[in-house]
Every structure is written in C-alpha cells, then in structure tokens.
Design a binder for this molecule. Structure first.
Ligand code: NAD
Length: 353
C-alpha cells in the first residue's frame, strides 16, 4: 500500500479529533514577502467554468494564475515542468509523487479540489513544508443523491428497461418497493450518513457498519449498527462509503460477495479499489449477487469486462458532478490556497502525522 493511502486513513480519524489544534505544526516553512505576487497553477480541469468566482477571487487577490493547458487530467511528466516557480497548486486527482513535488521548488500549498487524497506523496509534502488541503464536505450530498438514484434504478430496473425498449422489447419488470428493503451502509461518514438520511424518507430498514461508529446518528435516523458480516448477509442493497485505505482495499472480494444474498445488489460510489472488480464480474456472471451499480473503478477511464455485463449499471466517476457541488469545491479550493499563501489557517487542512 502506498504512503498516500496510509495517510488518507490517518487523516479521517485525526481530522475529527484535532481539527483546531493540529494545523500549527503544518504551517508552511517557506514564506514569501507579503508584497510578492503569488503564482498559482490550477491543474484541476474543468475549473471556473460552472462559475468564474473561484478564478475571480484569485485574480482579485493579485495572483498570477496559470490554467491546465491540456484541458484534461494532467500526467506527472507534464506537471513537473509546470510547477517550477509556482507557490500554490489547485489540484485535481492527478498523482503528485515525490518526483513531481521535487521539481516544485517554491510550492507551499496543494489545495485539492475534492476528497481523494490517494496519489499524493505525503511524506515528501511534509518534509518540504507543503500544506495539503481538500474539500471534503462540498461533494457529500451530490454523491449521496447519486447513490439513491442507483438504488432506485436497480430496484425498478430503469436502465434495464431503457436498454430493452431500444432493442424493441416492451416488457414490464416487477420491481421492489424501497420501504420493504434492507439497505446496508458501509462507512457512515459524511456521505454514508447523508445516504441514511435520504433513505429514511423511503422507510427502508437501514443497517450500518463503520470502524468508528458515530452513535449519535442513531438518534437522528432509525439505524441498526451491525458487523460487516451481518450487514452483508442481511442486506438487499449494500452501499460502500469508506475511504480507500490498506484496510478497505478489496474489502469486497470473492469471500465477502459470497456472504451476500443472491437477490442483493452492490453499489460503489466510494473508490474503485475498494471492490475487487474481477470478483464482482465473476459474482454477477455466476449469479452470486443480482446486480451492481458502479461509479468508480480500479482504473479510470474504465474499459473492463463490466461493460459487457447487463446486470451492471455503470457511471463515469460522476458522484460529485453537480453544478453546485463543483462550484463549492472549486471555491473552497481557491479560498484555502489563498489562505495558506497569506499565512492564514485553511478551512480543511490534511494533518500529516
Ligand atoms: P468520510 O471520511 O467522511 O467517511 C468514511 C467513513 O468510513 C468514516 O466514518 C470511517 O470511520 C469509515 N471507515 C473507514 N475505514 C473503514 C473500514 N475499514 N470499515 C468500515 N468503516 C470504515 O468519507 P466521505 O467523505 O463520506 O467519503 C466516502 C468515500 O466517497 C471516499 O472513498 C471518497 O473518496 C468517496 N467519494 C467519491 C466521490 C465520487 O465522485 N464518486 C466523490 C467524493 C467522495
């Protein structure tokens, strides 16, 4: 497991405990005179298209802003040269390994648009005094709503009916009422807890599993906290909302899939490698489970065998892709980048311990 993944695991628990105090040790070691112009590279693409405000605030603060010239996810070998002389990076999901960071001679902050931190070499960032920030809250509702959409799609076979009608097949499938379903949520953090809130309106029976259960959630919604094994055995829908860590890598595999009901569905909007895709494809082919809806993949863009599996509903890592969420993510990334460069505390720093 890479250092980046270990750090993501530390971050989630540490963030809650230590949000107020831990940042002091992270303050950038390098400082630039207050009068100097900050140079910012925005590798995240798109940026400033939904709304220009995130770009406007950087320009208004007097920064020199360079946008991603490739207009797609940038490759490490392309980014290396673009980072020279840059003070602040507003990053997408590209890999920021030691080789890339070593070339970033002036870099003081990586402000990531979104939540995914896998791919950042935290040990190099810490050694170099580079602050890393992210925007964990802005995408949560959008991902939760996509998850509900996927559960409804699988329950009522919407994608299946759409595929059929285009082939000239007019067939009414008998679906399931959500009020009669048991939904198991693995990972009850920002997104998982929002899924529970939205699901409670449908009257589902909700099972929850988390390494670090937040028991106050049980006062807000009717949730039954269970072991992973019981959740997999009892749920009609299993939905994944854990970060990618060494503990969650291939959490869903041949053994865990075989615990699920043959009538059950799996939904993954978390991170691709949480599911062993080969095992999932095999379990759909062999009718170990009934179907799946997948937004994230082991390799993206995805081009594997699930494309030919009728029981899988596939989307293209678009959980956070609503205009409002994108705007909020870009705005916070721009504001946090500026805050660090101006010597202030960012809203959501990653605590690298
Ligand atoms: P979060 O940190 O708020 O919540 C994660 C929860 O998982 C925590 O409560 C944690 O205790 C729990 N957890 C961690 N390891 C666990 C384990 N081994 N077993 C059980 N529980 C465990 O994270 P979040 O913001 O809710 O994000 C959840 C996932 O959604 C992440 O993987 C994130 O990368 C992903 N995400 C996807 C999209 C998308 O576009 N599809 C967008 C944003 C986030």
């Amino acid at each position: 497991m890479s250092k980046g993944l270990e750090m993501t695991a530390v971050t989630s628990a540490q963030q809650r405990q230590n949000a107020q105090t831990g940042y002091e040790s992270l303050r950038p070691k390098r400082t630039t005179p207050k009068t100097s112009i900050h140079r910012i590279f925005v590798s995240a693409y798109p940026f400033g298209l939904v709304d220009s405000k995130p770009l406007d605030i950087l320009k208004k603060a007097g920064c020199k802003v360079v946008l991603n010239p490739y207009k797609r996810k940038i490759k490490p070998e392309e980014e290396k040269d673009l980072l020279q002389g840059i003070d602040g990076l507003i990053a997408g999901t590209e890999a920021l390994n030691g080789e890339v960071l070593d070339r970033a001679d002036q870099l003081r902050v990586i402000s990531r648009v979104g939540v995914g931190l896998d791919g950042i070499d935290f040990s190099v960032a810490r050694e170099r005094g580079i602050v890393v920030t992210y925007t964990p809250h802005a995408p949560a509702l959008a991902v939760a709503e996509l998850t509900i959409g996927m559960i409804l799609d699988l329950a009522r076979m919407i994608t299946k009916a759409d595929r059929d009608i285009r082939k000239g097949i007019w067939s009414k499938y008998m679906g399931r009422l959500l009020s009669e379903q048991t939904v198991g949520i693995i990972g009850m953090g920002r997104i998982g807890s929002r899924v529970a809130r939205l699901l409670s309106a449908f009257g589902c029976h909700i099972l929850a599993h988390d390494l670090d259960p937040n028991l106050t959630l049980s006062d807000m919604f009717s949730i039954e906290w269970v072991s992973l094994k019981n959740l997999l055995k009892k749920s009609d829908f299993v939905t994944l909302h854990v970060p990618l860590t060494d503990k969650t890598y291939h959490l869903i595999n041949v053994a865990t899939l075989s615990l699920m009901k043959p009538t059950a569905f799996l939904i993954n909007t978390s991170r691709g490698p949480v599911v062993d895709e080969a095992a999932l494809e095999q379990s759909l082919r062999n009718e170990i489970i009934a179907g799946a809806a997948i937004d994230v993949y082991e390799r993206e863009p995805y081009s594997g065998p699930l494309l030919h599996q009728e029981k899988a509903v596939l989307t293209c890592h678009m959980g956070a892709a609503t205009t409002r969420s994108r705007y909020l993510m870009e705005l916070q990334a721009a504001e946090d980048c500026l805050r660090v460069l101006q010597g202030k505390r960012p809203k959501d720093p990653i605590l690298m311990i």
